[in-house]
Design a binder for this molecule. Structure first.
Ligand code: SF4
Length: 584
């Protein structure tokens, strides 16, 4: 049954008390990203650091979760250990549907448990278990233990951290169910600092679907759009890994710590090659008929008994770029083996790959020595990279401790800032040009998902500062509306504003129709206000020298254009995040 208010569970790990609260504001922020922002305004502590026990970790879903295909994501909002400011991360799996079936629009965790703890919540159940014995368990092992500890049906989601989150690496992730993650900006550490090893969400209630013909008819229409048109075909086929070859041809594929933007070896780790050599099956988030998750296999032989073990490892474009091309590892199986270790340790694979690429170049240039890296990091040598991943997660020395806090922080101490491939955080895999570099470096979440700067670069040879900045702001606002719903961003070509109005109307939220643009703008400002209120100054963001040294399909990068975009975008962000008048 739809409702205008939000039903929110607040779990306090310090006091072991749980409350259910209700909040209004559906017509102002929809849910998802907007709801998380509103709740952070209420529960977040602007004047205390990310590791204060009272800082909240917030999980929220949207008004269409469970009603339509691909409305399958959950947002996790927290003060990031990476930059000590407000941030968000998104994941699918079964998390969103489980929250819907648990009758919760949001779950807030505050406080800190005395010992390592697993939390289980349902619509009528809250339980904490002491799991101190699981300290150091990898994320896969933890998942297996949790499934036995909290048995449940398909409407059960298990979110947990690996050793990296326990050890407070700034880019530790939260592993969600199988092959999904709240990947970027350190959500795993936001849990780890609370001594929270895992959260199990039990979707233990039903929910009623709308009566009448309008809803099933619209559902069928949306389902067909998502499954029978070309729009989504690439995500199921080769998946996002299909981007390797076209980006390589465009000289936009970061390679070898972005010393190059293309390589004759790229085809060895292309989507086509991964499909031929390793693909075992596709998987999907709950409620998704597309199934973009590609699962490859790695075969290992035991020395002792000559038996083989097959491991299943998820892959897509970003991990192939970061742990393949950036490290010049050009064997599909070797890339999967590195990703398998990252998965177990509970690290963000993009940040980890890019951090190791910087360390390899720093070692090669003599900026650091093997005394720091412990292993001889060498381009293409997967074995040493697998060991380095464990060192980032469980640091044996000060160097790895600092590398686990971020590549640029490490480079500021040891040297080598010029070639740190960092755009707010370790970069995403698009060396497309000036607009993307500025959009990721300054953007709200520092991801390629904030706005389509990479797409602008690929379509526009002309230099149009105002046009590009208008595009970044408008495109981000459109994505924010999807992030309030919360739909998978891959479906944004289908879920346009008009269709979203219809979808809301068909389930009983007709009063929200026609408000998408207004709500998008409101939430865009809210998120920036929170971030700027914690000290973010986009004017201070630097773009490392490496980005000015590359050549793309348009030729050498233009530093004047880059600078005009950087200062222009910073000013626009400051304007968007200006305090509300009654706060001044
Ligand atoms: S397209 Fe992929 S990421 Fe998106 S909902 Fe479906 S399986 Fe999940």
């Amino acid at each position: 049954m739809i409702r205008d208010h939000f039903r929110v569970m607040v779990v306090n790990l310090t006091t072991d008390k749980t409350t259910i609260i209700e909040r209004s504001g559906r017509s102002e922020v929809l849910g998802g990203s907007g709801l998380a922002g509103r709740l952070f305004e209420e529960f977040g502590l602007m004047d205390r650091d990310w590791d204060d026990p009272e800082q909240p970790v917030i999980f929220a879903i949207g008004p269409l979760t469970g009603y339509y295909p691909l409305m399958s994501k959950t947002v996790c909002a927290f003060r990031s250990p990476y930059h000590n400011e407000y941030t968000e991360s998104y994941a699918g799996g079964k998390s969103a549907l489980s929250l819907r079936f648990a009758d919760l629009d949001a779950l807030i965790i505050v406080g800190k448990a005395k010992r390592l703890t697993a939390l289980c919540v349902g619509s009528r159940r809250v339980e904490t278990r002491d799991v101190e014995y699981m300290r150091g368990f990898d994320a896969l092992h933890t998942g297996r233990v949790l499934r036995k500890m909290f048995p449940g049906s398909g409407r059960r989601s298990i979110m947990r951290i690996g050793p990296a989150g326990e050890n407070l690496a700034a880019y530790a992730c939260i592993n969600v169910d199988t092959y999904r993650h709240f990947g970027r900006m350190g959500g795993g550490t936001a849990m780890g600092v609370k001594n929270l090893k895992a959260i199990c969400i039990l979707g233990d209630r039903g929910f009623t679907l709308p009566e009448g013909k309008a809803y099933p008819k619209l559902y069928k229409h949306i389902f067909e759009q998502l499954t029978t048109t070309e729009m989504m075909a690439k995500y199921h086929g080769l998946g996002t890994a299909v981007n390797i070859n076209p980006l390589n041809a465009l000289k936009s594929l970061p390679w070898k710590n972005m010393q190059q933007t293309s390589s004759p070896d790229a085809d060895k780790i292309s989507g086509e090659r991964f499909a031929d050599d390793t693909l075992l099956r596709n998987a999907a988030c709950a409620g998704c008929p597309v199934g973009c998750i590609h699962v490859g296999f790695v075969r290992e032989q035991f020395q002792t008994n000559n038996q083989y073990l097959y491991r299943q490892v998820g892959y897509d474009y970003e991990p192939i770029f970061s742990c393949g091309g950036m490290l010049e590892v050009t064997d599909t199986g070797e890339v999967l083996r590195i990703l398998d270790v990252i998965e177990k340790e509970g690290l963000d694979n993009m940040s980890t790959g890019v951090a190791m690429a910087w360390a390899t170049e720093a070692l090669e240039k003599g900026v650091i020595s093997e005394k720091e890296t412990v292993v001889k990091l060498t381009w293409g040598d997967a074995e040493t990279y697998m060991q380095a991943v464990e060192h980032i997660s469980r640091p044996p020395n000060d160097f790895y401790k600092l590398l686990a806090q971020g590549t640029l922080k490490c480079a500021e101490h040891y040297g080598g800032e010029d070639f740190a491939c960092v755009l707010g955080q370790e970069m995403a895999g698009y060396a497309t040009g000036e607009v993307f570099f500025v959009s990721e470096a300054l953007g709200f979440r520092h991801t390629h998902l904030d706005s389509g700067g990479y797409s602008w670069d690929q379509k526009h040879e002309e230099q149009d500062v105002d046009g590009a900045l208008d595009f970044l702001i408008d495109d981000a606002r459109g994505r924010i509306v999807i992030n309030c719903m919360i739909g998978c961003l891959f479906s944004r070509g289908v879920y346009k504003d008009d269709l979203m109005d219809e979808a809301l109307d068909a389930v009983g939220y007709g009063s929200l129709s026609g408000k998408m643009e207004e709500i998008g703008e409101r939430v865009q400002k809210l998120r920036w206000r929170l971030r700027l209120g914690m000290g973010y100054d986009p004017h201070k963001i630097k773009i490392p020298k490496r980005y000015t040294e590359i050549t793309t399909w348009k030729g050498p990068l233009d530093t004047e254009y880059l600078e005009a975009l950087r200062t222009g975008y910073a000013s626009r962000i400051m304007a968007l995040g200006a305090p509300l008048e009654d706060e001044e």
